[in-house]
Design a protein around this ligand. Structure first.
Ligand code: PLP
Ligand code: COI
Length: 339
C-alpha cells in the first residue's frame, strides 16, 4: 500500500483490508464474519434492488493523542438503524449485532484509522439490505448487514469555512408523513437532481423547505440545520427530517455552555435574524453557512457577514471534536474506546 496522505483526504471511498457481514436467515442473525471482497453476490429479485429495502448509517472513529481509538455514539446509530428497519419492514437488527460488527470492522482495519492531528477520521458505513427474492411488493425474508470503513477528510471541501446553500422550491426530499425520519437510500436518490443542480450553481447543498407549506426550514441534503441568535441554538422540528446524532450532541453541548435551545418550526424568513447558521452531521460535522439563496423567490439571506465561521459555531465545533478525539472528558458517555 502506498502511504496515505492523511491530511489531504477527501470524503470518498478507499479500499481497506476487510468488511464484516452478518446474514439474516430463518428468522436469525448469523455471527458477523469478515471478508476481503468488496462485492456482494445477490439474487436479481432481491427486494433492495426493486423495492428499496435498504437502510444505512454513518458514524466515525477517531485516534486520540493517547493512540487509542474512540467511536462516537455508536449505540445511537444502532437504534436509528432499528427505526429504519421498522420504517421499511426489514428484519430488526439487534443493537449487539450492530455494535459487534462495527467494532470488528474497525479493529480489522486499524491501520486505516487516521493519526491524531491529521484532521481526518475513519468513516464507518453500516448497510442493511433485503436480499431475499420477491416479485410482489412485500418485505424480504432474508437480509444482509455489512459494515465497511474508509478514512475520510471533510465532507465539504471547504471544511470549516462557510459555504452558500440554496433553496430550490421545485424539489422535495421527503414527504411530511413519508420516510424523511429514517436513513434509507430512497431519500438520497430523491435528493440527487436538486443536489446536482445546486452544486452546478456553486452551492454546497440544498436547504429543503417543508414539503406541505413550503414555509418552514426542514434540513439540508446530507445534514440538519441550526441557527444561532441571542445566545440560543435553534433547530427545526419537522416530521420529515432525520434525527441527527450530531445535532442532538450539539444541543447538549449548547446547553452545557449555558445557551438556550429551541427545537421548533423555523420559518424561512427567520433566516434574516440569525447571527450564525450551519449544516450539522457526522460527515459534515459543523459546516457553517455563508448565505442562503431562495432561488425561485429571488431572495437572499446573508448569514456570515465577514465570510468566517461565527464564535458560537467555532466553540461548539471545537468542543465536539475535543470529545471525539479524547482531548476533553466524555462526560455524557458518548464514546466507546476500543481495547
Ligand atoms: N440529515 C441527513 C439527511 C443526513 O444524511 C445526515 C447524515 O447522517 C444527517 C442529517 C446528520 O445525521 P448524523 O448527525 O446522525 O450523522
Ligand atoms: C453522514 O453524515 O454520515 C451521512 O450519511 C451524510 C451523507 C454522506 C449521506
Amino acid at each position: 500500500m502506498s502511504a496515505i496522505d492523511w491530511s489531504n483526504l477527501s470524503f470518498g471511498y478507499m479500499k481497506t483490508d476487510y468488511n464484516v457481514r452478518s446474514y439474516y436467515k430463518d428468522g436469525k442473525w448469523g455471527t458477523p464474519t469478515e471478508t476481503t471482497s468488496e462485492y456482494i453476490d445477490i439474487h436479481m429479485a432481491a427486494t433492495c434492488l426493486h423495492y428499496g429495502q435498504e437502510a444505512f448509517e454513518g458514524l466515525k472513529a477517531f485516534r486520540g493523542k493517547d493512540g487509542k481509538i474512540r467511536v462516537f455514539r455508536m449505540r445511537d446509530n444502532a437504534l436509528r438503524m432499528q427505526s429504519s428497519c421498522h420504517g421499511i419492514m426489514m428484519a430488526e437488527l439487534p443493537v449487539e449485532v450492530f455494535e459487534e460488527t462495527v467494532l470488528k470492522a474497525i479493529k480489522l482495519n486499524e491501520r486505516f484509522v487516521p493519526p491524531y492531528g491529521s484532521g481526518a477520521s475513519l468513516y464507518i458505513r453500516p448497510l442493511l439490505i433485503g436480499t431475499g427474492a420477491q416479485v410482489g411488493v412485500k418485505p424480504a425474508s432474508e437480509y444482509l448487514f455489512v459494515v465497511f470503513v474508509t478514512p475520510v477528510g471533510p465532507y465539504f471541501k471547504e471544511g470549516f469555512k462557510p459555504t452558500p446553500v440554496a433553496i430550490l422550491r421545485g424539489y422535495d426530499r421527503a414527504a411530511p408523513l413519508g420516510t424523511g425520519t429514517i436513513k434509507i437510500g430512497g431519500n438520497y436518490a430523491a435528493s440527487l437532481v436538486a443536489g446536482d443542480k445546486a452544486h452546478k450553481m456553486g452551492y454546497s447543498a440544498v436547504l429543503y423547505l417543508d414539503a406541505k407549506e413550503k414555509k418552514y426550514l426542514d434540513e439540508c441534503g446530507p445534514a440538519n440545520f441550526f441557527g444561532i441568535k441571542n445566545n440560543t441554538y435553534i433547530t427545526p422540528a419537522s416530521s420529515s427530517i432525520l434525527p441527527s446524532i450530531t445535532n442532538k450532541s450539539l444541543i447538549q453541548l449548547a446547553e452545557d455552555l449555558g445557551m438556550k435551545v429551541e427545537r421548533r418550526p423555523v420559518a424561512e424568513e427567520e433566516l434574516a435574524t440569525f447571527e450564525e447558521a450551519g449544516q450539522v452531521g457526522t460527515a459534515a460535522v459543523i459546516s457553517p453557512i455563508l448565505r442562503v439563496d431562495d432561488i425561485d423567490e429571488n431572495k437572499s439571506y446573508v448569514i456570515s457577514k465577514d465570510g468566517n465561521a461565527g464564535p458560537v459555531s467555532t466553540k461548539l465545533y471545537n468542543k465536539l471534536r475535543a470529545i471525539q478525539l479524547g482531548d476533553e472528558p466524555d462526560t455524557h458517555g458518548w464514546v466507546t474506546i476500543l481495547d
